[in-house]
Design a protein around this ligand. Structure first.
Ligand code: FAD
Length: 446
């Protein structure tokens, strides 16, 4: 058995400056990669042992891809990097005065610290929604959603109670951002092409998919053109859209909206908000709205040699008064840019401000149905945007194996509509679901 007093981070001391990176997501991973062949020691802390490609997470949740197709282990990614050290551990605290980071298994001194911890789901202080809804931010959460979807169909096919069946076949997705839209579209395509074959005894005209958005449009971060097209595509697929609607409560059985309307459902997928994955020890005056305030070189305001990049960073600029959008490109570009600035700092040269190059944004609703906002106020939809979405996602996926797996999977699905991963690997059962617990326990009896 492991004993805490026998654990150590075990990072060798060298004469080189030590760069400690918290989080190996889009920002941290690109920073670490860009520091290759730089005369520094790089230490990466991440609580999960892989870099996740979150734009395709909804496909894991809707049985389109296996998790390992969208994740690359750090140990493989940084194989052969000199003086690079990865430790699978959560950073609990930073001390900018002592220049240390603290983890459960020890403390480490840094010369330069980069916080790239991204975001976490925001339940706006509602503990009941947090307890019963299904967030979609990590691979384990996507597997929970997948198990829940498949278990709902299994249970709907055996219940004799029509009201229970209706609630099992009703799915509510909170948040009409790209993830919510992609999820709703994917589920609607399953309803049309896959589920009736799998469950011939179920009437899928009874299955309801709702997408609920607090603001007045679908895809709030994108243009009005993109939002309207996506709304039309969703409606064509039979998704019920509720705009200007806020979820107020969910007890695992009934969603209640502000204003009192209720829908009975066993599944509320929560994509309605995120907040910064803050690390203790960052002074309150260096933070705003759950994110870390940084100057145009990503240096944390008020601190020396501490930087923040990606979703956690809040860089207020005239052209981005609310900071950069919480998407992958700012994180990737800030990671690459910070590597250059760290090299300049080490050489005692002046640093240069970050400039964001907006490459546009994309969202997919279903087969041949996607939307794209491109630089120059160009808006695309339909098949062209769908092809662009497929190409961009394959291009940015990390690792040749993942590219190959995802590409071959999509080609196969293009012709067959098949989704090969409708497997409940790890059943999801709520702690207070006694019948569900009993069924799982019985199934585990050998
Ligand atoms: C479901 C989903 C779909 C998305 N779809 C798109 C899309 O289509 N297009 C797009 O451009 N963007 C999309 N995004 C947003 C995009 O993924 C983020 O903007 C991007 O990941 C931000 O990069 P980051 O490096 O700041 O954080 P992340 O990529 O989130 O990485 C943060 C890392 O920090 C680690 N971490 C956090 N706290 C700690 C700690 N205390 N100690 C150690 N490690 C820690 C985490 O494990 C994680 O690996 C999506 C996000 C999600 C969740």
């Amino acid at each position: 058995m492991l004993q805490f007093d026998k654990l150590s981070l075990n990072i060798p001391d060298t004469t080189k400056p030590r760069v400690v990176i918290i989080g190996g997501g889009f920002g941290g991973m690109n920073l670490a990669k860009s520091l290759r062949n730089t005369d520094v020691q790089v230490v990466l802390f991440d609580k999960q042992n892989y870099n996740g490609f979150w734009p395709l997470l909804y496909q894991v949740a809707t049985a389109g891809l296996e998790p390992d197709a969208i994740a690359e282990p750090f140990r493989k990614m940084f194989d052969g990097f000199e003086d690079f050290h990865y430790r699978m551990v959560r950073v609990n605290k930073v001390d900018p005065t002592a220049k240390t980071v603290t983890t459960l298994i020890g403390e480490l001194h840094y010369d330069y610290l980069v916080i790239a911890s991204g975001t976490k789901s925001n339940f706006f202080g509602n503990d009941q929604i947090k307890k019963y809804s299904f967030p979609l931010k990590t691979i384990p959460e996507a597997l929970n959603v997948r198990s829940q979807f498949l278990q709902c169909f299994e249970q709907a096919s055996v219940t004799t109670d029509p009201a229970e069946r209706e609630s099992l076949l009703t799915f509510v997705i909170a948040g009409a951002g790209p993830t919510g839209v992609e999820m709703a579209g994917s589920l609607a395509e399953m309803r049309k092409h896959v589920l009736p074959n799998d469950y011939p005894g179920l009437d899928f005209s009874q299955m309801r998919i709702y997408i609920v958005e607090g603001l007045g449009k679908v895809l709030p971060p994108m243009s009005d053109e993109a939002g309207q097209k996506a709304k039309r595509y969703l409606e064509d697929l039979g998704v019920i859209i509720k705009l200007n609607t806020l979820v107020e409560a969910y007890d695992g059985e009934t969603v209640t909206f502000k204003g009192g309307e209720q829908i009975r459902t066993q599944t509320l997928v929560w994509g309605a908000g995120v907040t910064g994955a803050m690390i203790d020890g960052i002074p309150a005056e260096s933070t705003e709205r759950g994110r870390i305030l940084v100057d145009p070189t990503n240096r944390v305001q008020g601190l020396t040699n501490v930087f923040a990049i990606g979703d956690i960073a809040f860089m207020k600029l005239d052209d981005y008064p609310k900071g950069h959008p919480g998407v992958a490109q700012p994180a990737i570009q800030q990671g690459e840019h910070l590597a250059k600035n760290l090299r300049r700092l080490i050489r005692n040269e002046p640093t240069e401000p970050f400039k964001y190059f907006d490459k546009g944004s994309l969202a997919i609703v279903g087969r041949s149905r996607a939307v794209a906002d491109l630089p120059g106020n160009i808006h695309l939809g339909g098949f062209i945007a769908w092809m662009a979405w497929l190409f961009v996602h394959i291009w940015y996926l990390v690792g040749f194996r993942s590219k190959l797996v995802v590409f071959s999977n999509w080609v196969y699905r293009l012709f067959t509509y098949e989704r090969g991963t409708r497997i409940i690997i790890r059943p999801f059962v709520r702690k207070d679901d006694k019948v569900g617990q009993e069924i799982v326990a019985q199934n585990e009896v050998s």
